[in-house]
Design a protein around this ligand. Structure first.
Ligand code: ZN
Length: 152
């Protein structure tokens, strides 16, 4: 699965059946600051030798969101963007999926979970895959992190 087209250095791609997708952040070994996407320098204590890559939780709380009524090229309106505060981790700016794109479809403070989905197509028509979040209460179908599969 190493040829999945993803944004580099921000998403761990499973190497085996026992492995899983997860977001890669960075955490400061001195002050505990955690960020996503990963940074090389700690913006809290300004050390340049303390940031280590860490596995981030696939769960978090919806901090805020907006229903976008106008879409840039490659997107279809309406769609939802938001900030999810991960468990023991940073705020993640993300697309939100698997819920109706309308005001009132989500609640601030709602539990969210990571999902891997197609985001768009590259210029050759290949899938571009990345992370999104969805309401966790709607997660009773198959394991969310394995929903996306490369077309065969
Ligand atoms: Zn620090």
């Amino acid at each position: 699965m190493s040829d999945i087209p993803i944004i580099p250095d921000s998403l761990h791609v499973p190497k085996s059946k026992d492995d899983d997708f997860y977001l890669l952040g960075a955490g400061c070994s001195i002050c505990g600051y955690v960020c996503f996407p990963p940074k090389l320098v700690c913006v809290k204590c300004l050390r340049d030798d303390s940031m280590k890559r860490i596995k981030l939780s696939p769960f978090g709380i919806l901090e805020t969101f907006a229903v976008m009524q106008i879409a840039p090229p490659g997107f279809t309106a309406p769609y939802i963007i938001g900030y999810v505060k991960l468990d023991k981790g940073p705020l993640v700016f993300t697309l939100i999926t698997q819920c109706e794109a309308r005001n009132g479809a989500l609640e601030i403070g709602e539990k969210m979970e990571l999902v891997i989905e197609k985001i768009g197509d590259d210029k050759n028509g290949n899938d571009i895959v990345g992370w999104k979040f969805r309401p966790a209460k709607k997660s009773n179908d198959e394991t969310s992190l394995h929903r996306w599969r490369r077309p065969t």
